[in-house]
Design a protein around this ligand. Sequence first.
Ligand code: NAD
Ligand code: G6P
Ligand code: MN
Length: 447
Amino acid sequence: MSEKDKRYSVVIAGGGSTYTPGFVLSLIANQDRFPLRKLKFYDNDAERQKKIGDACAIIMKERAPQIEFSYTTDPKEAFTDVDFVMGSIRVGKYHMRELDEKIPLRYGVNGQETTGPGGMAYGMRSIPAIIEIIDWMEKYSPNAWMINYTNTIAIVAEACRRLRPNAKVINICDMPVEIMTRMAKICGLNDYHDLDVNYYGLNHFGWWKEVRDKKTGKDLMPLLKKHISENGYWIGGEFDKETETSWAETFKKAKDCYALDPETLPNTYMQYYYFPQYEVKNADPNHTRTDEIREYRQKIVFGECARIVKAGTAKGNIWEANAEHSNYIVDICHAIAYNTHEKFFANIPNNGAIANIDSDSIVEVPCWFGADGVQPMATGMAGRFQKGLIEEQQACEKLVVDAYEQHSYTKMWQAFALNKTVPDASVAKKILDDMIPENKPYWPELN
Ligand code: NAD
Ligand code: G6P
Ligand code: MN
Protein backbone atom coordinates (compact mmCIF):
# COMPACT_ATOMS: atom_id res chain seq x y z
CA MET A 1 0.00 0.00 0.00
CA SER A 2 1.39 3.43 -0.89
CA GLU A 3 1.55 6.25 1.68
CA LYS A 4 -1.24 7.90 -0.24
CA ASP A 5 -3.60 5.01 0.50
CA LYS A 6 -2.60 4.65 4.13
CA ARG A 7 -5.42 4.35 6.65
CA TYR A 8 -4.85 5.34 10.25
CA SER A 9 -5.60 3.86 13.64
CA VAL A 10 -6.70 6.25 16.40
CA VAL A 11 -7.34 5.75 20.11
CA ILE A 12 -9.20 8.31 22.19
CA ALA A 13 -7.89 8.25 25.76
CA GLY A 14 -10.81 9.48 27.82
CA GLY A 15 -13.39 7.61 25.72
CA GLY A 16 -16.04 8.65 28.25
CA SER A 17 -15.38 12.34 27.58
CA THR A 18 -18.30 14.64 26.79
CA TYR A 19 -16.42 15.62 23.62
CA THR A 20 -16.02 12.05 22.29
CA PRO A 21 -19.22 11.69 20.20
CA GLY A 22 -18.62 15.08 18.53
CA PHE A 23 -15.08 14.02 17.72
CA VAL A 24 -16.27 10.70 16.27
CA LEU A 25 -18.72 12.51 13.99
CA SER A 26 -15.95 14.86 12.97
CA LEU A 27 -13.62 11.94 12.13
CA ILE A 28 -16.35 10.30 10.06
CA ALA A 29 -17.04 13.54 8.19
CA ASN A 30 -13.34 13.80 7.32
CA GLN A 31 -12.75 10.30 5.92
CA ASP A 32 -11.82 11.73 2.52
CA ARG A 33 -8.76 13.52 3.96
CA PHE A 34 -7.92 11.53 7.11
CA PRO A 35 -9.07 7.94 6.45
CA LEU A 36 -9.18 5.50 9.35
CA ARG A 37 -8.91 1.74 9.57
CA LYS A 38 -9.43 1.52 13.32
CA LEU A 39 -10.95 3.64 16.09
CA LYS A 40 -10.66 2.69 19.75
CA PHE A 41 -11.70 4.30 23.04
CA TYR A 42 -9.75 3.92 26.24
CA ASP A 43 -10.91 5.05 29.70
CA ASN A 44 -10.35 3.93 33.29
CA ASP A 45 -14.08 4.25 34.07
CA ALA A 46 -15.71 1.30 32.30
CA GLU A 47 -19.24 2.33 33.13
CA ARG A 48 -18.95 5.92 31.93
CA GLN A 49 -17.15 4.86 28.75
CA LYS A 50 -19.75 2.16 27.95
CA LYS A 51 -22.52 4.76 27.76
CA ILE A 52 -20.63 6.75 25.14
CA GLY A 53 -19.08 3.64 23.51
CA ASP A 54 -22.38 1.85 22.88
CA ALA A 55 -23.88 4.92 21.21
CA CYS A 56 -20.73 5.45 19.13
CA ALA A 57 -20.78 1.78 18.06
CA ILE A 58 -24.19 2.44 16.49
CA ILE A 59 -22.97 5.66 14.86
CA MET A 60 -19.94 3.80 13.44
CA LYS A 61 -21.98 0.88 12.17
CA GLU A 62 -24.35 3.22 10.36
CA ARG A 63 -21.87 5.80 9.04
CA ALA A 64 -18.49 4.08 8.75
CA PRO A 65 -18.78 0.30 8.86
CA GLN A 66 -15.37 -0.02 7.14
CA ILE A 67 -13.64 1.28 10.31
CA GLU A 68 -13.06 -1.31 13.02
CA PHE A 69 -14.44 0.10 16.28
CA SER A 70 -13.98 -1.01 19.90
CA TYR A 71 -13.63 0.32 23.43
CA THR A 72 -11.60 -1.00 26.33
CA THR A 73 -10.14 -0.30 29.77
CA ASP A 74 -7.09 -2.47 29.03
CA PRO A 75 -4.03 -0.31 28.21
CA LYS A 76 -2.32 -2.99 26.12
CA GLU A 77 -5.34 -3.48 23.91
CA ALA A 78 -5.90 0.29 23.69
CA PHE A 79 -2.40 1.40 22.78
CA THR A 80 -1.30 -1.46 20.53
CA ASP A 81 -1.30 -0.75 16.77
CA VAL A 82 -2.23 2.93 16.87
CA ASP A 83 -0.92 5.90 14.86
CA PHE A 84 -2.53 8.66 16.95
CA VAL A 85 -3.47 8.90 20.61
CA MET A 86 -5.95 11.63 21.53
CA GLY A 87 -5.51 12.80 25.11
CA SER A 88 -8.89 13.84 26.49
CA ILE A 89 -8.97 12.75 30.12
CA ARG A 90 -10.21 14.54 33.20
CA VAL A 91 -8.52 13.07 36.27
CA GLY A 92 -10.99 13.12 39.16
CA LYS A 93 -13.77 13.93 36.68
CA TYR A 94 -16.33 16.65 37.36
CA HIS A 95 -16.35 15.94 41.07
CA MET A 96 -12.78 17.26 41.34
CA ARG A 97 -13.40 20.14 38.92
CA GLU A 98 -16.20 21.24 41.23
CA LEU A 99 -13.78 21.33 44.17
CA ASP A 100 -11.16 23.19 42.09
CA GLU A 101 -13.80 25.86 41.55
CA LYS A 102 -15.47 25.93 44.95
CA ILE A 103 -12.52 25.69 47.36
CA PRO A 104 -10.86 28.98 46.21
CA LEU A 105 -14.24 30.73 46.27
CA ARG A 106 -14.51 29.94 50.00
CA TYR A 107 -11.66 32.41 50.44
CA GLY A 108 -12.77 35.01 47.93
CA VAL A 109 -10.45 33.71 45.19
CA ASN A 110 -11.64 32.96 41.70
CA GLY A 111 -12.57 29.32 41.11
CA GLN A 112 -11.82 28.26 37.55
CA GLU A 113 -11.04 24.99 35.72
CA THR A 114 -7.58 25.92 34.35
CA THR A 115 -6.63 29.22 36.01
CA GLY A 116 -5.60 30.17 39.55
CA PRO A 117 -5.34 27.55 42.33
CA GLY A 118 -8.02 25.35 40.71
CA GLY A 119 -6.06 25.16 37.46
CA MET A 120 -2.85 24.35 39.32
CA ALA A 121 -4.58 21.64 41.35
CA TYR A 122 -5.99 20.15 38.14
CA GLY A 123 -2.61 20.27 36.40
CA MET A 124 -1.01 18.41 39.29
CA ARG A 125 -3.64 15.65 38.98
CA SER A 126 -3.13 15.31 35.24
CA ILE A 127 0.67 14.91 35.26
CA PRO A 128 0.99 11.25 36.39
CA ALA A 129 -1.97 10.10 34.28
CA ILE A 130 -0.57 11.68 31.09
CA ILE A 131 2.92 10.33 31.75
CA GLU A 132 1.39 6.87 32.19
CA ILE A 133 -0.41 7.15 28.84
CA ILE A 134 2.75 8.38 27.09
CA ASP A 135 4.64 5.37 28.46
CA TRP A 136 1.99 2.94 27.21
CA MET A 137 1.97 4.60 23.81
CA GLU A 138 5.77 4.35 23.58
CA LYS A 139 5.72 0.73 24.71
CA TYR A 140 2.94 -0.57 22.47
CA SER A 141 3.08 1.84 19.47
CA PRO A 142 6.50 3.54 19.44
CA ASN A 143 5.83 5.43 16.20
CA ALA A 144 2.55 6.97 17.32
CA TRP A 145 1.88 10.66 18.00
CA MET A 146 -0.13 11.85 20.98
CA ILE A 147 -2.27 14.92 20.42
CA ASN A 148 -3.03 15.97 23.95
CA TYR A 149 -5.68 18.46 25.03
CA THR A 150 -5.93 17.26 28.61
CA ASN A 151 -5.75 20.29 30.87
CA THR A 152 -4.13 22.05 32.59
CA ILE A 153 -2.14 22.09 29.35
CA ALA A 154 0.59 24.53 30.41
CA ILE A 155 1.46 22.38 33.42
CA VAL A 156 1.14 19.08 31.54
CA ALA A 157 3.42 20.45 28.80
CA GLU A 158 6.02 21.56 31.36
CA ALA A 159 5.90 18.08 32.93
CA CYS A 160 6.36 16.50 29.47
CA ARG A 161 9.32 18.81 28.79
CA ARG A 162 11.04 17.69 31.98
CA LEU A 163 9.99 14.07 32.37
CA ARG A 164 9.54 12.83 28.77
CA PRO A 165 11.51 15.35 26.65
CA ASN A 166 11.71 13.10 23.59
CA ALA A 167 8.15 11.82 23.58
CA LYS A 168 6.04 12.43 20.48
CA VAL A 169 3.44 14.50 22.30
CA ILE A 170 1.89 17.74 21.09
CA ASN A 171 -0.05 19.74 23.66
CA ILE A 172 -2.79 21.82 22.11
CA CYS A 173 -5.68 24.12 22.95
CA ASP A 174 -8.73 25.08 20.93
CA MET A 175 -9.24 28.54 22.46
CA PRO A 176 -7.12 30.54 19.98
CA VAL A 177 -8.87 28.95 16.99
CA GLU A 178 -12.25 29.35 18.61
CA ILE A 179 -11.59 33.06 19.05
CA MET A 180 -10.19 33.24 15.50
CA THR A 181 -13.41 31.77 14.14
CA ARG A 182 -15.12 34.75 15.75
CA MET A 183 -12.51 37.11 14.29
CA ALA A 184 -13.14 35.64 10.84
CA LYS A 185 -16.91 36.21 11.19
CA ILE A 186 -16.35 39.78 12.37
CA CYS A 187 -14.31 40.39 9.19
CA GLY A 188 -16.82 38.69 6.91
CA LEU A 189 -14.61 35.65 6.35
CA ASN A 190 -15.48 32.01 6.91
CA ASP A 191 -13.29 30.60 9.69
CA TYR A 192 -9.82 30.48 11.23
CA HIS A 193 -8.30 28.93 8.10
CA ASP A 194 -8.81 32.30 6.40
CA LEU A 195 -6.57 34.19 8.85
CA ASP A 196 -2.83 34.52 9.14
CA VAL A 197 -1.71 35.61 12.60
CA ASN A 198 1.07 36.41 14.99
CA TYR A 199 0.10 35.32 18.50
CA TYR A 200 2.18 34.77 21.61
CA GLY A 201 1.89 33.93 25.29
CA LEU A 202 1.18 30.92 27.48
CA ASN A 203 -1.79 28.59 27.34
CA HIS A 204 -5.01 30.44 28.21
CA PHE A 205 -2.79 33.51 28.50
CA GLY A 206 -1.91 35.23 25.25
CA TRP A 207 -2.28 38.03 22.72
CA TRP A 208 -2.60 38.49 18.96
CA LYS A 209 -0.29 41.16 17.61
CA GLU A 210 -1.14 40.66 13.96
CA VAL A 211 -4.18 39.35 12.13
CA ARG A 212 -4.36 39.34 8.33
CA ASP A 213 -6.59 38.01 5.60
CA LYS A 214 -4.57 34.98 4.51
CA LYS A 215 -5.49 35.34 0.85
CA THR A 216 -5.01 39.09 0.34
CA GLY A 217 -2.62 39.95 3.18
CA LYS A 218 -4.96 42.76 4.25
CA ASP A 219 -4.37 43.98 7.83
CA LEU A 220 -7.54 43.12 9.78
CA MET A 221 -6.43 44.63 13.10
CA PRO A 222 -8.21 48.01 12.65
CA LEU A 223 -11.56 46.33 11.98
CA LEU A 224 -11.11 43.83 14.82
CA LYS A 225 -10.00 46.51 17.29
CA LYS A 226 -13.11 48.52 16.57
CA HIS A 227 -15.42 45.53 17.06
CA ILE A 228 -13.65 44.29 20.18
CA SER A 229 -13.54 47.74 21.80
CA GLU A 230 -17.33 47.81 21.49
CA ASN A 231 -18.45 44.18 21.81
CA GLY A 232 -15.50 42.04 22.83
CA TYR A 233 -15.60 38.85 20.74
CA TRP A 234 -19.39 38.74 20.99
CA ILE A 235 -21.16 38.41 17.66
CA GLY A 236 -24.72 37.57 18.66
CA GLY A 237 -27.62 36.69 16.33
CA GLU A 238 -27.67 33.34 14.58
CA PHE A 239 -23.94 32.78 15.21
CA ASP A 240 -24.37 32.84 18.99
CA LYS A 241 -27.80 31.32 19.30
CA GLU A 242 -26.49 28.25 21.14
CA THR A 243 -23.76 30.00 23.17
CA GLU A 244 -24.23 29.39 26.90
CA THR A 245 -24.64 32.44 29.14
CA SER A 246 -21.30 32.10 30.91
CA TRP A 247 -19.46 31.84 27.58
CA ALA A 248 -21.42 34.84 26.29
CA GLU A 249 -20.17 36.83 29.30
CA THR A 250 -16.61 35.68 28.62
CA PHE A 251 -16.70 36.80 24.98
CA LYS A 252 -18.20 40.17 25.99
CA LYS A 253 -15.69 40.69 28.82
CA ALA A 254 -12.86 40.65 26.23
CA LYS A 255 -13.85 44.30 25.63
CA ASP A 256 -12.51 45.25 29.10
CA CYS A 257 -9.41 43.07 28.64
CA TYR A 258 -8.69 44.73 25.31
CA ALA A 259 -8.83 48.19 26.92
CA LEU A 260 -5.74 47.34 28.99
CA ASP A 261 -3.58 47.03 25.89
CA PRO A 262 -5.11 48.51 22.73
CA GLU A 263 -2.10 47.36 20.68
CA THR A 264 -2.93 43.64 20.92
CA LEU A 265 -6.03 41.44 21.03
CA PRO A 266 -6.36 39.34 24.20
CA ASN A 267 -7.16 35.66 24.75
CA THR A 268 -10.49 35.54 26.63
CA TYR A 269 -8.79 33.84 29.59
CA MET A 270 -7.00 37.10 30.47
CA GLN A 271 -10.20 38.12 32.28
CA TYR A 272 -9.24 35.92 35.24
CA TYR A 273 -5.86 37.65 35.64
CA TYR A 274 -6.88 41.24 34.88
CA PHE A 275 -10.16 41.25 36.82
CA PRO A 276 -10.04 38.58 39.54
CA GLN A 277 -12.18 40.60 41.96
CA TYR A 278 -14.87 41.09 39.33
CA GLU A 279 -14.86 37.33 38.65
CA VAL A 280 -15.33 36.52 42.33
CA LYS A 281 -18.09 39.10 42.70
CA ASN A 282 -19.91 37.58 39.76
CA ALA A 283 -19.51 33.98 40.90
CA ASP A 284 -22.01 31.98 42.92
CA PRO A 285 -19.85 29.93 45.34
CA ASN A 286 -22.54 27.25 45.46
CA HIS A 287 -23.19 27.03 41.73
CA THR A 288 -20.15 27.17 39.47
CA ARG A 289 -19.36 26.20 35.87
CA THR A 290 -19.29 22.51 36.84
CA ASP A 291 -22.92 22.70 37.97
CA GLU A 292 -23.83 24.34 34.67
CA ILE A 293 -22.09 21.54 32.74
CA ARG A 294 -23.83 18.85 34.77
CA GLU A 295 -27.15 20.53 34.06
CA TYR A 296 -26.43 21.19 30.39
CA ARG A 297 -23.60 19.60 28.36
CA GLN A 298 -23.22 16.40 30.37
CA LYS A 299 -26.97 15.90 30.54
CA ILE A 300 -27.36 16.46 26.81
CA VAL A 301 -24.43 14.20 25.82
CA PHE A 302 -25.33 11.27 28.04
CA GLY A 303 -29.06 11.75 27.34
CA GLU A 304 -28.44 11.63 23.61
CA CYS A 305 -26.23 8.53 23.94
CA ALA A 306 -28.95 6.74 25.92
CA ARG A 307 -31.53 7.75 23.30
CA ILE A 308 -29.38 6.37 20.46
CA VAL A 309 -28.80 3.06 22.27
CA LYS A 310 -32.51 2.70 23.05
CA ALA A 311 -33.57 3.56 19.50
CA GLY A 312 -30.87 1.35 18.01
CA THR A 313 -30.12 4.09 15.47
CA ALA A 314 -28.17 7.37 15.46
CA LYS A 315 -30.34 9.00 12.82
CA GLY A 316 -30.78 12.73 13.44
CA ASN A 317 -28.29 12.90 16.30
CA ILE A 318 -27.31 16.24 17.80
CA TRP A 319 -23.63 16.18 16.78
CA GLU A 320 -24.09 15.98 13.04
CA ALA A 321 -24.52 19.70 12.49
CA ASN A 322 -21.76 21.11 14.66
CA ALA A 323 -18.41 19.54 15.52
CA GLU A 324 -16.09 22.53 15.20
CA HIS A 325 -14.04 21.84 18.32
CA SER A 326 -13.13 18.45 16.93
CA ASN A 327 -12.53 19.55 13.34
CA TYR A 328 -9.50 21.41 14.61
CA ILE A 329 -8.08 18.18 16.02
CA VAL A 330 -8.69 16.39 12.71
CA ASP A 331 -6.91 19.29 10.96
CA ILE A 332 -3.88 18.67 13.17
CA CYS A 333 -3.83 14.88 12.62
CA HIS A 334 -4.12 15.48 8.90
CA ALA A 335 -1.21 17.94 8.92
CA ILE A 336 1.04 15.44 10.72
CA ALA A 337 -0.08 12.42 8.67
CA TYR A 338 0.40 14.20 5.32
CA ASN A 339 3.28 16.48 6.32
CA THR A 340 1.42 19.62 5.20
CA HIS A 341 3.25 22.14 7.42
CA GLU A 342 0.08 24.09 8.06
CA LYS A 343 0.12 26.64 10.85
CA PHE A 344 -1.80 25.85 14.05
CA PHE A 345 -1.02 26.46 17.74
CA ALA A 346 0.96 24.35 20.18
CA ASN A 347 2.42 24.60 23.68
CA ILE A 348 6.14 24.01 23.34
CA PRO A 349 9.47 24.97 24.93
CA ASN A 350 10.11 28.58 23.90
CA ASN A 351 13.62 28.26 22.42
CA GLY A 352 13.50 31.81 21.12
CA ALA A 353 9.94 31.79 19.74
CA ILE A 354 9.26 34.78 22.02
CA ALA A 355 12.59 36.59 21.83
CA ASN A 356 12.72 38.03 25.35
CA ILE A 357 11.33 35.05 27.31
CA ASP A 358 13.42 32.22 28.82
CA SER A 359 14.17 29.46 26.37
CA ASP A 360 12.92 26.73 28.74
CA SER A 361 9.48 28.32 29.30
CA ILE A 362 6.52 26.50 27.81
CA VAL A 363 4.82 29.00 25.50
CA GLU A 364 1.79 28.93 23.21
CA VAL A 365 2.65 30.19 19.73
CA PRO A 366 1.77 29.42 16.10
CA CYS A 367 3.68 26.39 14.85
CA TRP A 368 4.00 24.55 11.56
CA PHE A 369 2.68 20.99 11.91
CA GLY A 370 4.23 18.18 9.90
CA ALA A 371 5.57 14.64 10.00
CA ASP A 372 8.44 15.82 12.21
CA GLY A 373 6.09 17.37 14.78
CA VAL A 374 5.89 21.13 15.31
CA GLN A 375 8.22 23.95 14.33
CA PRO A 376 7.51 27.16 16.24
CA MET A 377 7.20 30.51 14.54
CA ALA A 378 9.40 33.38 15.69
CA THR A 379 6.88 35.83 17.13
CA GLY A 380 9.23 38.68 18.13
CA MET A 381 9.37 40.48 21.45
CA ALA A 382 6.76 40.39 24.21
CA GLY A 383 5.68 43.87 25.31
CA ARG A 384 6.76 45.00 28.79
CA PHE A 385 3.26 44.47 30.23
CA GLN A 386 2.97 41.01 28.68
CA LYS A 387 6.51 39.99 29.64
CA GLY A 388 5.82 40.78 33.30
CA LEU A 389 2.59 38.81 33.26
CA ILE A 390 4.10 35.84 31.40
CA GLU A 391 7.07 35.53 33.73
CA GLU A 392 4.89 35.52 36.83
CA GLN A 393 2.43 32.98 35.41
CA GLN A 394 5.03 30.64 33.95
CA ALA A 395 6.89 30.63 37.28
CA CYS A 396 3.65 29.38 38.90
CA GLU A 397 3.41 26.62 36.29
CA LYS A 398 7.03 25.59 36.86
CA LEU A 399 6.57 25.63 40.65
CA VAL A 400 3.68 23.17 40.34
CA VAL A 401 5.92 20.76 38.43
CA ASP A 402 8.69 21.35 41.01
CA ALA A 403 6.15 20.44 43.72
CA TYR A 404 5.20 17.30 41.79
CA GLU A 405 8.80 16.19 41.28
CA GLN A 406 10.05 17.05 44.77
CA HIS A 407 6.81 16.22 46.64
CA SER A 408 7.19 19.72 48.02
CA TYR A 409 4.46 21.45 49.99
CA THR A 410 6.46 24.68 49.96
CA LYS A 411 6.74 24.77 46.17
CA MET A 412 2.99 24.28 45.76
CA TRP A 413 2.33 26.98 48.35
CA GLN A 414 4.70 29.31 46.49
CA ALA A 415 2.89 28.54 43.23
CA PHE A 416 -0.45 29.55 44.76
CA ALA A 417 1.00 32.57 46.59
CA LEU A 418 2.70 33.93 43.46
CA ASN A 419 -0.38 33.62 41.31
CA LYS A 420 -2.02 36.85 40.20
CA THR A 421 -5.46 35.58 41.23
CA VAL A 422 -4.45 35.06 44.89
CA PRO A 423 -4.18 38.09 47.21
CA ASP A 424 -1.64 36.79 49.75
CA ALA A 425 0.30 33.82 51.06
CA SER A 426 -2.03 33.13 53.99
CA VAL A 427 -5.01 32.81 51.65
CA ALA A 428 -2.87 30.63 49.38
CA LYS A 429 -2.14 28.34 52.34
CA LYS A 430 -5.78 28.01 53.34
CA ILE A 431 -6.77 27.02 49.81
CA LEU A 432 -3.91 24.54 49.54
CA ASP A 433 -4.68 22.99 52.93
CA ASP A 434 -8.30 22.44 51.90
CA MET A 435 -7.25 20.95 48.57
CA ILE A 436 -4.69 18.46 49.87
CA PRO A 437 -7.08 15.95 51.50
CA GLU A 438 -9.47 16.13 48.53
CA ASN A 439 -6.64 15.45 46.07
CA LYS A 440 -5.13 12.61 48.09
CA PRO A 441 -5.97 9.92 45.51
CA TYR A 442 -4.27 11.91 42.72
CA TRP A 443 -1.45 14.09 44.03
CA PRO A 444 1.90 12.93 45.37
CA GLU A 445 2.11 13.37 49.12
CA LEU A 446 3.42 16.90 49.73
CA ASN A 447 5.89 17.27 52.59
P1 NAD B 1 -15.06 14.29 30.94
O1 NAD B 1 -14.97 14.22 32.43
O2 NAD B 1 -16.39 14.32 30.29
O3 NAD B 1 -14.27 13.02 30.35
C1 NAD B 1 -13.01 12.69 30.73
C2 NAD B 1 -12.88 11.16 30.79
O4 NAD B 1 -11.57 10.86 31.23
C3 NAD B 1 -13.85 10.47 31.76
O5 NAD B 1 -14.61 9.50 31.08
C4 NAD B 1 -12.92 9.84 32.79
O6 NAD B 1 -13.38 8.59 33.27
C5 NAD B 1 -11.64 9.68 32.00
N1 NAD B 1 -10.43 9.56 32.82
C6 NAD B 1 -10.12 10.23 33.93
N2 NAD B 1 -8.90 9.86 34.37
C7 NAD B 1 -8.43 8.94 33.52
C8 NAD B 1 -7.24 8.18 33.42
N3 NAD B 1 -6.27 8.32 34.34
N4 NAD B 1 -7.09 7.31 32.40
C9 NAD B 1 -8.06 7.19 31.48
N5 NAD B 1 -9.22 7.87 31.50
C10 NAD B 1 -9.39 8.73 32.50
O7 NAD B 1 -14.17 15.51 30.49
P2 NAD B 1 -14.36 16.57 29.32
O8 NAD B 1 -15.09 17.73 29.85
O9 NAD B 1 -14.88 15.91 28.12
O10 NAD B 1 -12.87 17.03 29.07
C11 NAD B 1 -11.83 16.13 28.72
C12 NAD B 1 -10.49 16.84 28.77
O11 NAD B 1 -10.34 17.71 27.67
C13 NAD B 1 -10.29 17.71 29.99
O12 NAD B 1 -8.94 17.63 30.41
C14 NAD B 1 -10.59 19.10 29.50
O13 NAD B 1 -10.01 20.07 30.33
C15 NAD B 1 -9.96 18.99 28.15
N6 NAD B 1 -10.33 20.00 27.14
C16 NAD B 1 -9.30 20.68 26.62
C17 NAD B 1 -9.51 21.59 25.63
C18 NAD B 1 -8.33 22.37 25.15
O14 NAD B 1 -8.48 23.35 24.51
N7 NAD B 1 -7.09 21.98 25.48
C19 NAD B 1 -10.79 21.81 25.14
C20 NAD B 1 -11.85 21.08 25.69
C21 NAD B 1 -11.58 20.16 26.69
C1 G6P C 1 -12.06 26.03 26.17
C2 G6P C 1 -10.64 25.82 26.59
C3 G6P C 1 -10.49 24.46 27.22
C4 G6P C 1 -11.42 24.33 28.40
C5 G6P C 1 -12.83 24.59 27.97
C6 G6P C 1 -13.73 24.69 29.17
O1 G6P C 1 -12.40 25.17 25.14
O2 G6P C 1 -9.74 25.93 25.52
O3 G6P C 1 -9.15 24.27 27.59
O4 G6P C 1 -11.33 23.04 28.95
O5 G6P C 1 -12.91 25.83 27.28
O6 G6P C 1 -15.05 24.78 28.76
P1 G6P C 1 -16.25 24.32 29.67
O7 G6P C 1 -17.40 24.49 28.75
O8 G6P C 1 -15.94 22.89 30.04
O9 G6P C 1 -16.25 25.22 30.84
MN1 MN D 1 -7.74 25.23 26.22
